[in-house]
Ligand binder design. Structure first.
Ligand SMILES: NC(=O)c1ccc[n+]([C@@H]2O[C@H](COP(=O)([O-])OP(=O)(O)OC[C@H]3O[C@@H](n4cnc5c(N)ncnc54)[C@H](O)[C@@H]3O)[C@@H](O)[C@H]2O)c1
Length: 256
């Protein structure tokens, strides 16, 4: 269980139907948490719905767009009525648009695409963190985990400037919310994954991932489960003194 002294809590995981998000949903499920999965990918949502879950944990998969406040309100209403107040929020949904597997140079980037990436990767996390706060404040307990990226630390080499800026923005959001929410028993932390084997990372030329490999002391690319175990800890009672932190989960390719 996430909380050792309470009934199972309710979590919301965005972008939870596949990739890193799906592994986070499994990790929280194994800890006895009920999870509402938010995603826009119909096929992945279907698979998520069909997946067998451990006893003591239920999962609801909802089609919703994190960049839309009305969608967030619908998701949180559903979560509360199904499982009670939301104690854990994992802002994991993210997009990294490319052209033929390559980054779009800043000088050629359409403004709409900049806005779209910021809306999903950064504003979505803001809206969710804002709307979930009353639940956590009233419980005197909450955990928000923002999935940023190593690109927030180093700049984005493979992704575009919109992606790099949105992920760096998430670290600012994390630290500022940590100040605001800390007095209410709510921690806010970020995880900065390195290169992780998911559909997002596989959407580039293979040699790109081979190049990354050369810089990873641990000697392999990451797995979604590597990220999920970090999130599981940050969402637990045991992590109550960790807030405003950025956990670099990258096999050693960036050491802060
Ligand atoms: N894979 C990597 O190497 C890597 C590295 C660093 C950071 N990350 C970050 O980790 C997170 C998960 O990445 P992943 O590799 O699992 O990617 P992924 O593309 O496999 O999964 C992202 C999920 O988010 C969903 N999503 C996209 N837009 C959405 C929206 N508007 N509303 C709700 N859901 C939406 C997608 O449908 C998808 O299921 C992302 O934020 C990504 O930026 C990934």
């Amino acid at each position: 269980m996430v909380g050792t002294n309470t009934a199972p809590r309710c979590a919301v995981v965005t972008g939870g139907a596949r990739g890193i998000g799906a592994a986070i949903v499994r990790e929280l499920g194994a800890r006895g948490v009920h999870v509402v999965v938010v995603d826009v990918d119909d096929q992945a949502l279907k698979a998520c719905e069909a997946e067998e879950r451990p006893a003591g944990s239920s999962v609801r998969c909802v089609k919703a767009d994190v960049s839309q406040e009305a969608d967030w309100r619908r998701v949180l209403e559903l979560a509360r009525s199904a499982f009670g107040p939301v104690g854990v929020l994992v802002n994991n949904a993210g997009i990294s648009p490319k052209r033929d597997g390559k980054k779009i140079p800043a000088s050629e980037m359409p403004l709409e695409e900049w806005h779209q990436v910021l809306a999903v990767n950064l504003t979505g996390a803001f809206i969710g963190s804002k709307l979930v706060f009353p639940d956590m404040r009233d419980m005197g307990w909450g955990r928000i985990v923002n999935i940023a990226s190593q690109a927030a630390r180093t700049g984005a080499r493979v992704a575009g400037v919109h992606y790099g800026a949105s992920k760096a923005g998430l670290l600012g959001l994390t630290r500022t919310l940590a100040y605001e929410y800390g007095p209410y028993g709510v921690t806010v932390n970020a995880v900065t994954p390195g290169r992780i084997l998911t559909p997002m990372a596989l959407g580039v030329d293979d040699h790109v991932n081979q190049t990354f490999l050369a810089d990873i002391p641990i000697g392999r690319l990451g797995t979604p489960e590597d990220m999920a175990s970090v999130v599981g800890f940050l969402a637990s009672d045991e992590a109550g003194f960790v807030t405003g932190a950025t956990i670099d989960a990258n096999g050693g390719s960036y050491m802060g």
